[in-house]
Write a protein that binds this ligand. Structure first.
Ligand code: MN
Length: 502
């Protein structure tokens, strides 16, 4: 069980280095986060007093829960206010202490965060309405202050870890909600570590039989893979060292069970484990981008790459900001191994996503504090505000969920403007969706489209990696209502409806 000392130790280390994972980040000028340990201690004492005598369902003292939440936030490298709010997050709802009290003692910024979390907790609907309302509230608080959702994620993570203490029906609901709401949001925010943990904790409660099957089939295979990977690590370490590439970290990473399960369910895999080549992938972390490409060259000189499996997510990051080089090679004895190569900063971004923006001065689009009410969102996450803007217009729960399924939860593709800017769209989006995403004027005056240099119909389907050029006609009076039959995004639909009613 974690103690206050554990929390203080993490924070103290970050005070010294600016970041707890110093060994990964030798060359980085980190954003200096100075924690006032006395104040954190005080917040802990305050929370402990407030929850005095309360027990969790598991029988442990209640304080363990807010403490665990705060520790997760400290590991993410969140700021002091967020960590204090993590310690105090259940006070207004579950104790006799009031928000006014919290504000008096810890200031309005902390009080605002705690209010945000308390609001998220109060949902008066049932069934589908509950689900829709839950999502609306999540997005509103995300746009208001993204830190609220990060606290909620840490809170949920702890609850999932102690889920076995709850009645079966509640277990299933909480686990399902985690898979359907929390994990996809963590994913869109680029928080791979949190997403993976949420999914793997929820998996056995939602699909117990599949979970047991995977565990039984996979575990022995993973053990065997690891032995092989150890041999590959030895070889590649020697090669990289000979080339004078500094290795920050070189290790095998095991694929998470839920993500493996999702992959196996796809038609291309059809439950066939032999088609999965990244059960254990090899991860190389090096200091600079140049080192990444150098390391890739070293690997390809030693082993032949599988055609079509080299992915350069450094030059073309995924829509959620993920960056790495991936390659899959034929190793000795006909074994196939996937390599993932990245810098320490990319690694931080891949694991903690938006939370990593609090670490680095260098990271583009670091959230800027606007007031003690919140932070501006980095440009990459501007879609959160857009989502909130259009959700205000949709009142029907069913319609809301339907459009959200397409806009937010469906798989995303990324396509390019002729200049190489990346546009992030839902699967099956059309050139008209693309046009509206770029600018509403371009959408309204869209007359034709070229996909990869070829003329295309306006209702054509865009694929990942397409280069899309929109041909506009400035004499065009406005959009055609017929476009409503094929556009996919809510933004395009809403605009066509209003602009074509003339
Ligand atoms: Mn809680």
């Amino acid at each position: 069980m974690s103690t206050l000392e554990d929390l203080l130790k993490i924070l103290e280390q970050q005070n010294r280095s600016g970041n707890g994972r110093i060994s990964l980040l030798p060359n980085f000028r980190r954003h200096k986060i100075a924690y006032d340990l006395d104040l954190i201690h005080l917040a802990y004492d305050y929370a402990q007093q407030a929850h005095e005598g309360q027990l969790r369902r598991s029988g442990e003292p209640y304080i363990n829960h807010p403490l665990g939440t705060a520790i997760t936030l400290a590991k993410m490298g969140m700021d002091q206010e967020t960590i204090i709010a993590g310690l105090l997050h259940d006070i207004p709802e579950d104790t006799n202490y009031s928000l006014v009290d919290v504000e008096k003692n810890f200031g309005s910024e902390v009080a605002n965060l705690v209010t945000g979390i308390t609001k998220l907790g109060v949902i008066k609907y049932r069934g589908m309405e509950r689900y829709a309302e839950n999502l609306r509230n999540m997005f509103i608080s995300m746009a208001q202050d993204i830190r609220i959702i990060l606290i909620k994620m840490a809170d949920r993570l702890y609850n999932l870890k102690t889920l076995s203490a709850l009645p079966a029906e509640k277990q299933k609901r909480i686990a399902q909600e985690s898979l359907e709401i929390y994990a996809p949001i963590a994913n869109r925010l680029g928080m791979g570590q949190i997403k993976g943990e949420l999914e793997d904790l929820a998996f056995p409660y939602v699909y117990p039989k599949d979970y047991d099957w995977i565990k039984k089939e996979i575990m022995p295979k993973i053990a065997k893979e690891k032995e092989h990977i150890e041999r590959v690590i030895k070889i590649i370490r020697k090669e990289l060292t000979e080339e004078k590439i500094k290795i920050i970290s070189l290790h095998g990473r095991q694929k998470r069970l839920y993500s493996l399960y999702q992959k196996l369910k796809k038609p291309a895999y059809d439950g066939d484990l032999t088609k999965i080549h990244d059960l254990v992938a090899l991860r190389i972390i090096v200091p600079t981008v140049a080192d990444c490409y150098h390391a890739l060259g070293v690997i390809h000189r030693h082993w032949k790459p599988l055609p079509g499996r080299i992915k350069d997510y450094i030059a073309q990051p995924k829509p959620n900001g993920y960056q790495s080089l991936h390659t899959t090679v034929f190793c000795d004895e006909g074994k196939i191994v996937e390599f993932q190569i990245r810098t320490a900063q990319m690694h931080q971004q891949a694991e903690y996503g938006i939370a990593a923006h609090w670490h680095y001065k260098e990271m583009a689009g670091r959230p800027k504090k606007i007031s003690d009410k919140g932070y501006t969102l980095p440009k990459k996450f501007a879609w959160i505000q857009e989502l909130v803007n259009w959700q205000k217009k949709i009142h029907d729960h069913q319609q809301y969920l339907k459009s959200l399924t397409i806009d937010f939860f469906r798989n995303r593709i990324f396509v390019f403007t002729p200049k190489g800017d990346v546009i992030d769209l839902p699967e099956d989006a059309t050139p008209v969706d693309f046009a509206y995403h770029v600018h509403s004027w371009i959408g309204d005056h869209c007359a034709g489209a070229k996909i990869n240099g070829q003329m295309s119909r306006l209702d054509g389907t865009l694929k990942n990696g397409d280069v899309v050029e929109i041909i506009t006609d400035k004499n065009r009076k406005g959009p055609s209502r017929d476009w409503l039959n094929f556009v996919k995004t809510s933004a395009a639909k809403a605009r066509i409806k209003t602009a074509s009613i003339k």
